[in-house]
Design a protein around this ligand. Structure first.
Ligand SMILES: [Fe+2]
Length: 408
């Protein structure tokens, strides 16, 4: 039997959407110049999904790597509804920016250890976003520690003056835990619509600079690919399934034997994880987080099992350079009301350069992110074993009954 290809899209997808969601639903794919992404319109996620509908959305993501379900009405679609939807894809995890660990912010410095204390919304950094453009931009109400607010509306200390902030580093979400994040998703509330930079875009290209935020020492072409980021607030993705599919069969076979040692803190022994993953639903193979140091200074670089530190870097820099080639890239333009999901095993992503210290709604960027671990679930509430939750979900977080209902 022929192996499924990352570029072979599932047949009859459009017919299945019409049969399960009605004729008003439309599907556009792919969204990238390659084969990544599907955009579905005409689905109201405020209405709980039937199991067959959830299954179709999962099939779509398993092939397309990224799925955006547009047009949610934010007057009705709450963050509780968003978290309920997320529960189908895995158990939502609490985000480190929403809790203290051992009495200090959980993502501060390198080390993360100690007792977890969830912060009420009013005490989170994100709450400052509500004070900057009063009457124009405010977060949707929430207290859930699983909701990460991604915004350029920041507190007093951070917005003394207008400036440009560089984009982030290429990564996947929380690959440094033994069970990595499977699906992450955004709900989009505000996007920058100003196009007042001299180049006619939201921001001008950042001036050429040193290697920061990356470590020095990578080759020039890799650095250039890393830093070629979109200028209108798009989230940048790279398709690691198409990148794997493009390699010669002999190299694919070799990569499938590679194990990576990942760790949370530099002093940890860490754990081995496969470089190549096979999607259990579509059987499409992909590279999972083939990046030597995706969070420089925050998490330790990874090692390839059987290689020295230098060899590991050289090997992984080579793979990152391959994955970040233009033909595997996709810059996703957000639109308010979009729910956009991506499979972390099948992609890399990074945040774009953004304006900070803004004072106009047309510069505001405000998105909510939820991330999920573990097995998908067609019917809610999830039935995760309490010991599984304790092992894999930091702080033992579970979406409350008020969001996901009560098991009957
Ligand atoms: Fe991320």
């Amino acid at each position: 039997m022929q192996e499924p290809s990352a570029n072979a899209l599932p047949v009859n997808l459009e017919d299945r959407f019409a049969a399960l969601f009605g004729d008003a639903v439309s599907v556009e794919r792919p969204l990238s110049a390659g084969s990544m992404g599907a955009r579905v319109s005409g689905i109201d996620l405020n209405v709980p999904l039937r199991p067959a509908q959830v299954e179709l959305l999962m099939d779509t993501l398993s092939h397309c790597r990224l799925l955006t379900i547009v047009g949610q009405d934010l007057d009705r679609f709450s963050l509780a509804s968003f978290e309920r939807f997320a529960n189908h894809w895995g158990a939502p995890v609490a985000h480190p920016s929403n809790f203290l660990r051992g009495g200090k912010p959980a993502q501060q410095d390198g080390a993360s250890d100690g007792a977890i204390e969830y912060l009420p919304y009013a005490d989170r950094r994100a709450a400052a976003a509500d004070t900057i453009l009063p009457g124009q931009v405010a977060c949707l109400p929430h207290e859930s520690p699983a909701v990460l607010v991604a915004t350029n509306l920041l507190g007093q200390d951070d917005r003394k003056e207008f400036r440009l902030k560089d984009g982030g580093t290429w990564h996947t979400d929380i690959e440094y835990e033994p069970l990595p994040l499977y699906v992450s998703m955004f709900l989009v509330h505000h996007v920058p619509v100003a196009r007042d930079a001299p180049n006619g875009q939201w921001i001008a290209p950042p001036a050429a600079s040193g290697p920061e935020p990356y470590f020095p020492g990578s080759d020039d072409e890799l650095m250039a690919r890393r830093k070629r980021l979109p200028l209108n607030g798009e989230t940048a993705f790279a398709d690691t399934a198409a990148a794997f599919a493009a390699l010669p069969a002999a190299e694919q076979a070799k990569l499938e034997t590679v194990q990576l040692r990942r760790r949370l803190n530099a002093e940890d022994e860490g754990f081995l994880a496969p470089l190549v993953r096979t999607n259990p639903r579509s059987s499409v193979k992909s590279l999972h987080s083939p990046v030597w140091a995706s969070r420089p200074g925050v998490r330790p670089p990874i090692e390839v099992d059987g290689m020295t530190a230098d060899e590991s870097r050289e090997f992984l820099d080579g793979l990152e350079k391959h994955v970040l080639q233009p033909q595997f890239r996709y810059d996703h333009q957000h639109t308010p009301g979009d729910v956009t999901l991506w499979n972390n095993y099948m992609s890399l992503h990074t945040s774009p350069p953004i304006k900070i210290g803004v004072n106009k709604a047309e510069d505001a960027r405000l998105l909510y992110r939820l991330s999920c671990k573990g097995k998908p679930c067609l019917v809610l509430p999830r039935d995760d074993d309490p010991s599984w939750i304790d092992t894999h979900i930091t702080g033992g977080y579970r979406s409350p009954d008020s969001i996901v209902g009560v098991r009957r």
